[in-house]
Design a protein around this ligand. Structure first.
Ligand SMILES: [Zn+2]
Ligand SMILES: [Zn+2]
Length: 145
């Protein structure tokens, strides 16, 4: 696959035991999620989630490195963190450093939610807003010890 931003050949690297595709030029990161289909059954109903998403979705300027379809960009509203994903669920594109911001965001959000009386409900909503549980699990795995 080639980088959707600069066309450089993505290099497969094992990172924390997970196979990721990293651009050697712009350091962007492609996250596959072949397990999405399996995990879909365990997360909230997708159609409901789409109806309650609160961050802006718009057409991305980059195309999926797998299928070439124009990707979709969404923001996590409060953080102005844009993430691109393939509408055919091939994966997510994170620009340089965005995976770290996502992780920081999760950590902060987890802290906040632990103080919340309805943490479980809010956590579920948060995962939904980020796109999919499998994506979040994968990102968290990247940063495991
Ligand atoms: Zn690149
Ligand atoms: Zn695709």
């Amino acid at each position: 696959m080639n980088c959707p931003r600069c066309e450089a050949q993505l290099k497969v690297e094992k990172y924390k035991g997970i196979e990721v595709d990293r651009c050697p030029e712009c350091k962007g990161l492609w996250l596959d999620h072949p397990e999405l289909d399996q995990l879909e059954d365990t997360v909230m109903d997708d159609d409901d989630l789409k109806g309650t998403m609160e961050y802006a979705r718009r057409a991305s300027e980059i195309s999926c490195p797998k299928c070439g379809v124009l990707m979709t960009t969404f923001n996590y509203r409060a953080y102005n963190l844009p993430i691109d994903y393939c509408p055919d669920e091939h994966g997510f594109w994170l620009d340089k450093g965005e995976e770290e911001r996502v992780l920081e965001l999760i950590k902060q959000r987890t802290k906040d939610l632990k103080r919340s009386s309805n943490a479980e409900v809010e956590w579920g909503k948060f995962l939904g807003r980020m796109g999919s549980r499998s994506f979040m699990e994968k990102v968290k795995d990247l940063f495991k010890g």
